[in-house]
Design a protein around this ligand. Structure first.
Ligand SMILES: [Zn+2]
Length: 115
């Protein structure tokens, strides 16, 4: 069994950190301190969220998207399974990279073909 709760916490922390990096004014920082977890979906329409999102660069945006896809997989029960070969992703990899959607060999193979 995967420690989903722990991994979920890591994902949330990563997501928050990314937004923290671009938060500048007080109400944006306050917004980040409130519980994002329970209201994530509604918050996607939030003015502050949209403002923060606009300041992220492409790499940061891609990271947020990866994290959000990981949340979707947690909800659907697919989390921790490689999206390429469908085998379980080793826990050590998930702990180092909780948003990983593929096992290391598959991720490396994909990198090779895309470059
Ligand atoms: Zn794989």
């Amino acid at each position: 069994m995967l420690p989903i709760k722990e991994l979920r916490k890591k994902l949330l922390a990563q997501r928050r950190e990314l937004f923290h990096a671009v938060a500048q004014i007080e109400d944006e920082l306050l917004w980040l301190e409130t519980d994002v977890e329970s209201e994530m979906v509604e918050r996607a329409q939030d003015e502050t969220f949209i403002r923060l999102l606009a300041r992220l660069d492409d790499r940061q945006k891609a990271e947020i998207e990866e994290i959000d896809r990981a949340f979707v997989r947690i909800e659907s029960g697919d989390y921790g399974r490689c999206e390429v070969c469908k085998k379980p992703i080793p826990l050590a990899r998930l702990e180092a990279l909780p948003a990983a959607a593929a096992c290391l060999p598959c991720a490396q193979a994909r990198e090779k073909t895309s470059t």
